[in-house]
Structure formats: C-alpha cells, structure tokens
Design a protein around this ligand. Structure first.
Ligand code: 2F8
Ligand code: CA
Length: 136
C-alpha cells in the first residue's frame, strides 16, 4: 500500500497494553481518514472491550475517535471488526444525534469520566487511537 501524502509522517510511537499496541495521533482528521491512517499502519481504530482498556484509552487525555460507528444502520453501533457493542461508556444523554445531525461516529469526549463517549459527525476532525491486536 502506497503511503498517502496525508498520513502522519513522524516516527510513530506505539504503546503496549494487555496484548495490543496502541498509537495516538498528534494531528486531527475525520473519522474515515483516521481509520485509513490506522489501516495504513497495519492496525485499525481502537476496539474497547474491557473497563481496563477503556481507562487506558482515556489516559491519553485526548478527545479522540474510536473504532465504533452506526453508519451502516442508525442506532446499531458496531465496532470496526463488525462486532456489536456490548459494553458501552456513553456520556449522559448520548448517543443523541444532536439536533438531528447525523452523528454516526464515536469519540472519547470527556476523558475525565468513565462515561466518556459521544456520537459526533464523522467529518469532524479529532485525534484518533489505533490498535494493533496480536491475539491468535
Ligand atoms: O451537549 C452534547 C452535544 O455537544 C456537542 O454539540 C453541541 C456535540 N457535538 C460536537 O461536539 C460537534 C454533540 O455530539 C453532543 O451530543
Ligand atoms: Ca452526540
């Protein structure tokens, strides 16, 4: 895969946690461009499957895209590997399609609380977190 001009060019730093490596961006992109960047790195947007992993992703203290979206079917949130959402960490009142806007992509918004997720418009520009999983 050819490196697109828009991919971050700094030497990427990956952090290990409980079976996966994580990369947190230093620039902001839309959800789709963020996913493209992760895939280019041989990873994907992070899938959060435990309380420990949720706490870990908040430790970066960044408002960041995660690998959760309901763009295929409104209200049916799926992780980027196609699995359904079973354990959620929505902020109070979220997800809400705020004021009828199409908010199909999920961000860590309030990283100081375990109720941290918000559905937001996918075109918004955020930091993002990639995860490389080595489970076999
Ligand atoms: O009040 C919650 C609401 O806050 C923002 O809208 C004012 C969020 N939108 C953006 O951050 C772009 C909504 O997603 C959120 O529900
Ligand atoms: Ca929202």
């Amino acid at each position: 895969m050819e490196r697109p001009a828009s991919v971050e060019s700094e030497k990427a730093k990956w952090v290990y946690f409980s079976g996966s490596f994580y990369y947190v961006s230093t620039t902001k992109k839309s959800w789709h461009s963020s996913q493209y960047d992760c895939r280019w790195r041989g990873a994907d947007l992070v899938i959060i499957s435990s309380r420990e992993e949720e706490e870990f992703t908040r430790m970066f203290q960044k408002r960041a895209w995660i690998g959760l979206t309901d763009r295929i079917r409104e209200g049916s949130f799926k992780w980027v590997d196609g699995t359904a959402l079973t354990r959620s960490c929505w902020r109070f009142g979220e997800p809400n399609q705020f004021k009828g806007r199409n908010e199909d992509c999920v961000e860590i918004q309030n990283f100081d609380s375990e109720r941290s997720w918000n559905d937001a418009q996918c075109a918004n520009e955020n930091y993002w977190i990639c995860e490389k999983n080595f489970d076999i």
